[in-house]
Write a protein that binds this ligand. Structure first.
Ligand SMILES: Nc1ncnc2c1ncn2[C@@H]1O[C@H](COP(=O)(O)OP(=O)(O)OP(=O)(O)O)[C@@H](O)[C@H]1O
Ligand SMILES: [Mg+2]
Length: 351
């Protein structure tokens, strides 16, 4: 349909000044893999909004449509200072759209690209805000599934005690949950795999703890400038999330106190059961560790973090649950290996 195509993939300038579902488009803010975001004006209430137009292919995917409708309602129902308020979600001309608060500022992706690692105090301030948003969402039974720097918007804060105000956005708006379970085919775009939890990769049911993992990856990047795993190709990266131990954070930031390593080992544990029970518990442990204290003194809310040895015991005791064979505990998968069975739906079998 010509109209549908022009709404999403027409030259951005063609949409400027155009009215879409009660919003007049003013300027393109940015685009990701599956959406274009515009600054627009809500003509009914005469206020600025961010209008997100999702790729038409998503409107044709029934699973995504159902999730879009469910999760945008759920997200809109949460009133939280660190979650971008959703004003409206709907469909026009075969294109799904979301109107939300326009956040003047940057997203964390751009911030990290521009500034590199953040000072620990800044990282912890932003992390605490995002953690409170995630925990609130989890209390409402909502799992984000795509916690990453691009989905964290950072606006100017209110005063020098609160120099920045972070917002979490894009609940449930990820193709990962569709594609990593084998719906998609090789090479189809699923966005970044830097923050994806092991259980998302293997297609197991996900819960709040997959966000704890993604969140720990993001905080790792805030402190070091890079996510916990970096590999040359997606296949190796997925493998690393599932089977490799992340290098201790202090190898990248030797200036930070050693107890920080145990906090990330627990936040990034392969088994959801072994992670912190909430994002704020992770941040509380991190704060304590950054002071140089051992995280176990944090308080009752935070369980004793496993040491390297603990983690191995945990890994050893867990059955692979029908997945591929596991290597030796703690083994680093540096040698080329054939794709495991779980990877075949989206990378194909090499055999
Ligand atoms: N409410 C908002 N206010 C201001 N800018 C926003 C808002 N929502 C998104 N943006 C900006 O729009 C751009 C595109 O966002 P989008 O969510 O489409 O992509 P992404 O999250 O970077 O990538 P992906 O497609 O992998 O999700 C980003 O640069 C983001 O900062
Ligand atoms: Mg986004």
């Amino acid at each position: 349909m010509a109209r549908e195509t022009s709404l999403f993939s027409g030259r951005p300038s063609e949409l400027i000044g155009r009215q879409v579902a009660g919003y007049r488009i003013e300027e393109e803010i940015g685009r990701g893999g599956m959406a274009v975001v515009y600054r627009a004006r809500d003509l009914r209430l005469d206020r600025p909004v961010a209008l997100k137009l999702l790729a038409p292919e998503l409107a044709r995917n029934d699973t995504f449509r159902r999730r879009f409708s469910h999760e945008s309602r759920a997200a809109a129902a949460i009133d939280h200072p660190h979650i971008v308020p959703v004003f409206e979600a709907g469909e026009t001309d075969g294109v799904l759209f979301i109107a939300m608060r326009y956040v003047a500022g940057s997203d964390l992706r751009h911030l990290l690209d521009r500034q590199g690692p953040l000072p620990p105090a800044t990282a912890v301030r932003i992390a605490a805000q995002v953690a409170s948003a995630l925990d609130a969402a989890h209390e409402h039974g909502l799992v984000h599934r795509d916690v990453k720097p691009g989905n964290i918007l950072v606006a100017r804060g209110t005063d020098s005690d609160h120099p920045e105000h972070a917002y979490l956005t894009d609940f449930g708006l990820t193709k990962k949950s569709l594609s990593l379970t084998g719906v998609t085919t090789v090479g189809q775009f699923v966005g970044t795999l830097d923050y994806v939890a092991p259980e998302q990769i293997s297609g197991k049911p996900v819960d709040a703890r997959c966000d704890v993992y993604g969140f720990a990856c993001v905080v790792h990047e805030c402190l070091t400038g890079q996510p916990p795993f970096r590999r040359d190709d997606d296949m190796a990266l997925l493998w690393a999330h599932q089977y490799d131990q992340p290098p201790p954070l202090t190898t990248l930031r030797p200036d930070l106190p050693a107890p920080v390593d145990a906090v990330f080992a627990k936040g990034l544990a392969k088994s959801p059961d072994a992670r912190y029970e909430s994002c704020l518990a992770f941040v509380a442990a991190l704060r304590t560790a950054l002071r140089g204290d051992e995280p176990e003194v944090v308080g009752e809310a935070v369980a004793h973090p496993p040491t390297q040895v603990d983690l191995r015991v945990v890994e050893e005791q867990r059955e692979p649950e029908g997945l591929v064979e596991r290597g030796e505990p703690g083994e680093r998968a540096t040698e080329p290996k054939p794709p495991p069975r779980w990877a075949e739906p989206f990378f194909g079998s090499r055999r």
